[in-house]
Unconditional design. Structure first.
Length: 699
């Protein structure tokens, strides 16, 4: 209870209160391990880095060697028992019932029988279970080592000369301490390459990893691909795996195809790579079941999706006790089953599997990222479930976090923010996001998640801390973002998007009839309808759908006044005004046609009308534009930004232009823009936005 109170104080930004709460438990050396780590985190958050460093070093003095020893013993025992079981099988020592089952059936069925027997026998080994428990007992050493390495790096960033080099060396040792490879082996150089990247020494990291790619062992090249993937460097991971696929024999091609499947940005491409393996092996079949289940889920075929995902979940669960990848993949399948059925027991099972996966491999950034997503989902689900009949919502087609974002702009804002900050899942998600940023410093997702929540909660201190961390990252890998952007701009996903939004609207219409007397659920349904209609209106350039979007936002507020979606309604009204004006203006119609996939609405309108006075007046005359401008005065100052300024410019509302420009120069909007630019790939949108932003701020 004491640590929960301290965690809540820290989440509110009351660092001195959190420190006092923890220190009331006794001297740091006598406080339980989680308390020591939290105390160090509070000191680190407040900039007292030397105090944080001292606590972490003392904390790790005994625990780290114990953890290293336990991990080595556990890994050795797994290899020993597995080898003994395989030798026993080869010498005719299999149970009679297993032998009978192996005498008939296809090769695939025989492999499944043997694999099931092997997994069962591993689970029966009492010594292996004991060693696993010892290994898991001291796993707090991993986040503590990551925290210590991060503190050393932060101190090094403000130091000079020998002191800076010493701190960098100590940080390197802290990160290497959670590895288990012997110096001089290829695995050691893999780990060292990753550590250099985490220290911001990208050139040295690439030197270590590229050196391994010069060796003739192509399996080592796949290990390099996985190392780059864990670092969030997708492009380089793909290059290494593609090289193996191009040069390797049949077995290596199959392995490389599995790696490349994990590096795709779309489910279709993932399915294609898995099919390219040409393998009937159990891992491939389970991966295909998981992927096809996710595809069916996306296409709204929920019963079939759940059936495929159940196969994947059951298959992966057999190996989950001692295999982190299997536990992670089982969790993904269970999470999909939750989206397909709404059954919260699947969400709970997914959480258990992700936690089991992380316990087996606590420094794996990919597992951390997956767990963060699930923890966010659980926190958001708790907020929404408290207010609406959430289990009736089509969870495969809506984003609950978008509803929470609207609630955070409404009249219930403070209560919702407090519920999130006090939610243990949410607090842990924020903590793990920062661990992921250390382990994969050039992967954008963890930074984007933290930026999004910091803006929603108007947490200026968190934004400042995030900015400091990002300032030491050389370059973000935007491979997945660029893939998604190309698909959207090419129109390749248009039909899929249309079908998905139309399917969501059908499901929401049914729910609206069922929940006719429950205001908050009706409000949530209307908000989700507005989001789907808005996507369709933009994709189709359809005025009627834009009008329906506006109407849906009005219904949402009428049914559930606490929502107050003023910003969303203003956005919908502005887009409606642009589409209506484009019907009368060939120039604006052409600008919309050329820019709707690559530019925000405000940039399209500004580009067309900034030097075209008649077009500006045509937009000003739109009643939707005037209403959007009036709604801006209902927003908090921190909600104002570029779009608000552009709407006010069209409406000739000088006071709102001044208020928006002030936020763009010095407010949260300025900080968000600065951080977003670091995380986005280069694009016409980014260039045009930066140009207009600079022009406004220089006035």
């Amino acid at each position: 209870m004491t640590l929960a109170l301290a965690a809540a104080q820290r989440a509110r930004g009351d660092l001195s209160g959190a420190v006092a709460t923890i220190e009331a438990l006794g001297a740091p050396g006598w406080i339980v391990s989680p308390g020591q780590r939290m105390l160090a985190a509070c000191y680190s958050d407040s900039g007292q880095l030397e105090k944080a460093e001292a606590i972490l070093e003392r904390h790790l003095r005994r625990r780290l060697p114990r953890f290293q020893s336990a991990r080595q013993a556990y890994a050795t025992r797994i290899d020993t028992v597995r080898d003994q079981l395989i030798a026993r099988a080869k010498s005719g020592g299999l149970p009679k019932d297993i032998e009978r089952r192996l005498e008939t059936g296809t090769e695939e069925q025989k492999n499944a029988v043997f694999h099931e027997w092997l997994s069962t026998e591993l689970d029966k080994d009492a010594e292996l279970g004991r060693l696993r428990a010892e290994y898991e007992r001291d796993q707090g050493a991993v986040p503590a080592s990551i925290s210590l390495g991060t503190v050393k790096l932060r101190r090094a960033n403000s130091a000079h000369g020998d002191e800076r080099q010493n701190l960098l060396d100590e940080g390197e040792r802290s990160f290497l301490a959670i590895r288990e490879e012997a110096e001089g082996t290829p695995s050691f150089h893999l780990g060292l390459g990753q550590v250099y990247h985490r220290l911001g020494k990208a050139e040295e990291g690439d030197r270590e990893l590229s050196g391994l790619l010069k060796q003739s062992d192509l399996r080592l090249h796949l290990a390099v691909s996985e190392a780059y993937r864990e670092l969030g460097l997708v492009k380089r991971a793909r290059e290494a795996a593609q090289g193996v696929f191009d040069k390797g024999d049949k077995d290596l091609k199959q392995s490389a195809a599995m790696y490349l499947a994990n590096l795709t940005s779309s489910l279709e491409e993932r399915e294609r790579w898995l099919t390219k393996t040409g393998s009937e092996a159990i891992p491939v079949k389970l991966a295909l079941a998981n992927t096809r289940g996710q595809l069916l889920l996306r296409d709204g075929k929920l019963i079939q999706a759940d059936r495929e995902l159940a196969v994947a979940a059951e298959g992966y669960s057999r190996d989950a006790a001692h295999n982190s990848s299997a536990a992670n993949n089982a969790a993904v399948a269970y999470n999909g089953r939750f989206a397909a059925t709404g059954d919260p027991s699947h969400l709970e099972k997914a959480a258990q599997m992700f936690e089991a996966s992380l316990r087996l491999e606590p420094d794996n950034s990919l597992i951390l990222s997956n767990l963060v997503g699930l923890l966010e989902d659980r926190a958001v689900f708790a907020v929404v479930e408290k207010r609406t009949h959430v289990r009736g919502l089509p969870l495969s087609d809506v984003r609950l976090d978008s509803l929470v974002a609207i609630l955070l702009d409404g009249t219930d804002r403070e209560r919702v923010a407090q519920e999130l900050r006090s939610n243990s899942h949410f607090r842990r998600a924020l903590e793990l996001m920062r661990q992921e940023q250390v382990l994969a410093p050039r992967r954008p997702e963890a930074y984007q998640r933290e930026l999004s929540w910091s803006m929603r909660l108007t947490d200026a201190m968190a934004l400042q801390s995030l900015g400091e961390r990002l300032s030491h990252v050389s370059e973000i890998d935007s491979t997945h973002q660029e893939d998604w952007k190309k698909e959207w701009e090419s129109g390749a996903r248009d039909e899929e998007i249309r079908k998905g939004r139309e399917r969501a609207l059908q499901a929401l219409a049914k729910l609206r009839e069922q929940e006719a007397k429950h205001g908050p659920t009706l409000g949530a349904v209307s908000a989700f309808e507005a989001q789907s209609l808005g996507e369709l209106a933009r994709l189709n350039g359809d005025i009627a759908q834009a009008q329906q979007t506006v109407a849906a936002w009005r219904r949402a507020q009428a049914a559930w006044p606490q929502l107050a979606p003023h910003e969303e309604l203003a956005d919908a009204l502005f887009e409606l005004a642009v589409l209506q004006a484009a019907r009368e203006s060939p120039e604006l119609a052409q600008a919309w046609k050329e820019g709707f996939r690559s530019l925000e609405t405000e940039l399209i309108a500004w580009k067309a009308a900034s030097e075209n006075a008649p077009l500006k007046q045509a937009l000003k005359r739109q009643s939707a534009l005037q209403e959007a401008a009036r709604l801006l005065h209902s927003l908090r100052p921190d909600q104002l930004g570029l779009q608000a300024w552009v709407i006010a410019w069209f409406a000739e509302d000088s006071s709102m232009q001044t208020a928006a420009a002030s936020q763009m120069k010095d407010g949260l909007a300025a900080k968000r823009e600065e951080l977003s630019k670091r995380l986005e790939p280069e694009s016409p949108q980014k260039t045009a936005r930066a140009k207009l932003w600079k022009e406004i701020c220089s006035r």
